[in-house]
Design a protein around this ligand. Structure first.
Ligand code: FAD
Length: 481
């Protein structure tokens, strides 16, 4: 677009947006917009005509109508903690960045129905606290809990450490309110556990990464608040032992496994070297470690004793070589602080290329052995770490490239693309997926075309066209065309 034409478009958009949300909710100076236009990993920087911070669903609807009239693309953004480059605009389409942070009210808590309605901009940590204040648990938990928001969590179908017991975000959503690409406001905010009255429309928007509409509020499930818990860090000799240990815990604890996470020794060492966490709760004498939490509120539940019984048996079977059990919350926090510092450590250590594949749990040993061998053989000066959710078959394979060796951007991008391609290929060959919980965004849009079948892509494009025929919603994300 010619500069004069772009200037006029910017002017018209700012005028229209200001009339809808007032000057206070609109940013248009480059310095003010900067923080919204680069992703958390600092891998993508985009461009926007303006950043709008609406305070209600009605304003979102009017903003979308204004963008549509001007032919301006809309990029929804929550906490901007996404890992797939989905929340920043591309540079090839004039866009309005629509940040939902100001829409942060809990509209309703229905304790008797075990549900609550939160606006899209509610931060996860605050949502969990509100649930706790009502004597309930909202179980989703990620390392980004202090920044990620309900809209982003729904749009990415986020996972985290609680999926094994409670499911991912899709399993926690009862209803949604969404502004569609033509500006109409869809009220699907039901709080029902059963509703078979035709197509389940909310499912289209969960995991759609803002390409089909803007989520303005969600009705979410609540659970009983566990009042007893304990955590353990366990040293295991190999990944097969970790998988066997998972089965033991699933069979012997009566569904009380709150989290079951795998970390490689290299990942823990990187955390100790690159973050505020300076000490491991146990000596790092084996190549693999498991972090486990058991939690419940039943009267006969004694988590420390349960740990001792199961781990004692595992020790005899040679599945475990050492373990530390933390009965109080201070010690438990030390264990979980390690897990939640992994992403920060990897970004600090070098140029971090994280993968988010899932494979059937039975294939995890073969998957991890194969990817590590290939990555170390095919990519120069790379560290390979593993961290993630073993119970979901979703171990993040992280390749950290040396900053000096990969100072040149095109070299770096080439190595990153190769790393992703190797991990995705091995995963799909073993019946897995290229994205388990982070989504596709712009980071994996090209890879999606290679790893999804032609029929999958045809159905996805048909859905996109039905909702958004003018391709205004988050263009270039998930589907490139
Ligand atoms: P954003 O990053 O702002 O947006 C993500 C996507 O959703 C974009 O495509 C955006 O356009 C779209 N979107 C945002 N808001 C809306 C809306 N209201 N309507 C429609 N579309 C919208 N993820 C996991 O799944 N599991 C983890 O364990 C995990 N751990 C993490 C740890 C750290 C330290 C960090 C930084 C991130 C982690 N993440 C994890 C990734 C990230 O936090 C999640 O993807 C989260 O769901 C993103 O939420 P957000 O509000 O930051 O969304």
């Amino acid at each position: 677009m010619a500069p004069a034409e772009l200037g006029k478009l910017r002017h018209d958009l700012i005028d229209a947006a200001r009339a809808i949300i007032g000057a206070g909710g609109l940013l248009s100076e480059a310095a003010d917009m900067e923080g919204y236009l680069t992703d958390w990993r600092r891998r993508y920087t985009g461009e926007a005509l303006a950043v709008a911070l609406p305070s209600g669903a009605g304003q979102v609807s009017e903003l979308v109508k204004a963008c549509r009239a001007l032919g301006v693309a809309i990029v929804p953004q929550g906490g901007n903690t996404g890992f797939a480059g989905g929340a920043v605009p591309t540079k090839d389409r004039p866009a309005l960045l629509l940040n939902l942070s100001r829409m942060n009210r809990i509209r309703e808590v229905d304790v008797a129905n075990n549900s609550f309605v939160a606006e899209a901009g509610c931060v996860l940590e605050m949502v969990r606290q509100e649930a706790q204040n009502a004597g309930k648990l909202f179980p989703l938990l990620l390392g980004s809990a202090g920044s990620c928001q309900v809209g982003g969590l729904v749009a990415t179908n986020a996972g985290g450490t609680g999926v094994l017991r409670y499911g991912n975000m899709r399993d926690l959503v009862l209803g949604l309110e969404v502004v569609l690409p033509d500006g109409s406001l869809w009220n699907g905010l039901k709080s029902l556990r059963k509703d078979n009255s035709g197509y389940d429309l909310k499912q289209f928007f969960i995991g759609a990464e803002g390409t089909l509409g803007i989520i303005t509020a969600a009705s979410l499930k609540l659970f009983p608040l566990p009042d007893k818990s304990a955590s353990a860090m366990v040293a295991v000799p190999d990944v097969q032992a970790a998988v066997d240990l998972l089965h033991m815990f699933m069979e012997r604890t009566g569904r009380r496994v709150e989290a079951f996470e795998l970390m490689s020794r290299g990942q823990i060492e990187s955390i100790l070297a690159n973050t505020h966490v300076r000490q491991s709760p146990m000596e790092l004498t084996t190549p693999w470690f498991i972090l486990i939490e058991l939690a419940d509120s039943s009267v006969d539940f004694e988590p420390e004793r349960l740990f001792e019984t199961i781990l004692g048996e595992a020790l005899e079977r040679g599945l475990v070589s050492d373990a530390v059990i933390a009965g109080d919350s201070t010690k438990a926090n030390k264990i979980w602080e390690l897990r939640h510092s992994a992403s920060e450590a990897n970004v600090r250590k070098g140029f971090s290329v994280a993968n988010d594949t899932s494979v059937p749990i039975s294939k995890l040993p073969e998957f991890l052995e194969t990817v590590e061998r290939r990555l170390l053989g095919e990519i120069e000066q790379a560290d390979v770490f593993h961290v993630g959710h073993i119970g979901d078959g979703n171990i993040h394979v992280v390749v950290v490239l040396d900053r000096e060796r990969y100072a040149d951007q095109s070299d770096r991008e080439q190595a990153a693309a190769l790393a992703n391609h190797i991990v995705h290929g091995v995963s799909v060959d073993l019946g897995g997926s290229i994205s388990a919980e982070h989504g596709i965004g712009m980071m994996h849009a090209a890879e999606l075309e290679q790893f999804k079948s032609a029929l999958d892509l045809r159905m996805m494009r048909a859905i996109k066209t039905a909702f958004d025929p003018e391709n205004l919603m988050n263009p270039g994300k998930v589907l490139r065309r």
